[in-house]
Design a protein around this ligand. Structure first.
Ligand SMILES: NC(=O)c1ccc[n+]([C@@H]2O[C@H](COP(=O)([O-])OP(=O)(O)OC[C@H]3O[C@@H](n4cnc5c(N)ncnc54)[C@H](O)[C@@H]3O)[C@@H](O)[C@H]2O)c1
Length: 249
């Protein structure tokens, strides 16, 4: 028996990196999964590989209209309300000091990392209410806990702190509806995003992590699965850091 049998999940930004790993783990645990992303080719390829349990839906998470379309498409396709939402899509934006940071870049980072999580909760919570409950996992970052040296820019840090704050607000509001909301704060994870931000060996990043390595995406998927499943039935409104000890000091 899978830990997510009977669940319908939406995972955003899931055509690569951690989102893709979450889709693969959720499928092995019995969930029906809507894999959403801007990247149609790669998203569809993963869905084809994984079979009937997965539906690819093209989705720009910065558009509320898109969210409305995605939720109704997913409900109709799987014939059931959505009971798990993983707000995973995110971007870093340019690594630039604040006074040189372009306004459009600022707005884009905040739209993808923060507004998307508002739109996701706004449109999916009514579906969870129909089902009698659900779980939301908002992907933040260690940059949503502390502004570590080397954090890419103020928009990234600000939007990831916002994710953590919105998580708490919504968890309090919808707890009585049997909806749990948690945030996840990864450290350095081996994904295309991280590869694009560093050189081939990670730019010596592993040296600053107490356990001396970056994580595989699936190590984060195990935490996301825990929070999405009944294993975490009494955990809500909390931040869950997964960083190999990075922010312990
Ligand atoms: N990689 C890390 O070390 C790390 C650390 C902390 C937090 N995070 C966070 O984890 C999440 C996943 O990161 P990743 O490293 O797997 O990233 P990634 O860049 O490898 O994958 C992100 C995916 O999001 C999609 N995406 C981007 N903009 C979108 C939009 N507007 N609408 C829909 N999809 C969109 C991309 O197409 C891509 O498939 C992000 O929120 C990121 O900020 C990553």
């Amino acid at each position: 028996m899978g830990k997510l049998d009977g669940k319908v999940a939406i995972i955003t930004g899931a055509a690569q990196g951690m989102g893709e790993a979450h889709v693969r783990r959720f499928v092995t645990e019995g969930a029906k999964v809507a894999l959403t992303d801007l990247n149609e080719e790669r998203g569809q390829q993963i869905a084809n590989e994984l079979g009937d349990q997965v539906l690819f839906v093209k989705h720009d998470v910065t558009s509320l209209a898109d969210w409305k379309r995605v939720v109704s498409e997913v409900e109709e396709h799987f014939g059931a309300p959505v009971t798990v939402l993983v707000n995973n899509a995110g971007i870093i934006g340019p690594v630039v000091p604040t006074v040189d940071f372009d306004e459009d870049d600022y707005l884009k980072v905040v739209a993808v990392n923060q507004h998307s999580q508002f739109y996701g909760m706004k449109t999916v919570i009514p579906s969870m209410q129909k089902a009698g409950g659900g779980t939301v996992v908002n992907i933040s970052s260690t940059a949503g806990m502390v502004s570590i040296v080397g954090a890419p820019n103020l928009a990234y840090v600000g939007s990831k702190f916002a994710s953590r704050g919105m998580t708490k607000h919504v968890a309090i509001q919808y707890g009585p509806d049997n909806i749990r909301v948690n945030s996840v704060h990864p450290g350095y994870i081996k994904t295309p995003m991280m590869a694009a931000a560093t050189d081939e060996d990670g730019g010596g990043i592993a040296d600053v992590v107490p356990i001396r390595r970056m994580a595989e995406p699936d190590e984060v998927s195990k935490l996301v699965l825990f929070l999405a499943s009944e294993d975490s039935s009494y955990i809500s409104g909390m931040e869950h850091v997964i960083d190999g000890g990075l922010t312990a000091s």
